[in-house]
Design a protein around this ligand. Sequence first.
Ligand code: GLU
Length: 276
Amino acid sequence: MRLHQVTTAAVAALALSLTAAACGSGGDGGGGDGHKIAVGIKYDQPGIGLKTPDGKFTGLDVDVATYVAKELGHKPADIEWKEAKSADRETLLQRGDVDFIAASYSITPERLKKVDFAGPYFLAHQDVLMRADDNSITKPSDLNDKKLCSVTGSTSAQNVKTKLAPKAQLQEYGGYSECLTGLENKAVDALTTDDAILAGFAAQPGFKGKFKLGGFRMSNENYGIGVQKGSELKSRINAALEKMVADGSWDAYVKKNLGPSGYKSESAPKIGVIVG
Ligand code: GLU
């Protein structure tokens, strides 16, 4: 009897440690309820990924990531949110600091050399945010003699330098919210990144009526869920994204998060199809 009890306890302990090893954050992210999963999001992009002053997380990427985590077997309470700034995303995945990233993360050939992507789950376009009374920027090339703000490690900054406006005076910050103060106090003339992000900023109560979008559609930004290169999570996340679109959750998330800014979203992209 006594021996039996010890053996049962030992087997239970072994089973527990094996489960923990299979499910630890930074690993492959599998496993069931009660096991943490680390997810990278933006902290400063209203409507997309935002950490609110009371410590809550909101936005399209937060809702998409929560749905995906649930499909992978993790309750919302088991999600450990981590900030994934534009320039840090590949490194966070390569180091195993996060299991996956949902952070306005465009799928690009350069990034695919280092990480893999599930998706795409959203299609945005690069645009320009300027002060509401500024009529000097009517087309992308007008940015060439402007002070322009964007973010290090983003496709937005890269596109400015290589094709959109190579002669612009580009200032690169760590996050887009840092550009907004500069735009307001005229330290910079414009901010460039994805239209969905810019619409979220322009709709903030403190900024209402101060800024406007150019509406230039300068690129296609296919948002993917970043995972470690070769991770088996990619196909499982693709299955979750398919289900999210099919059961109407995608529509609900887009409406809830991007509706308030008046953003006109493209329809849901087909999983596995990149819009070039
Ligand atoms: N979607 C673009 C990118 O992945 C711009 C937004 C961002 O920096 O997160 O670089």
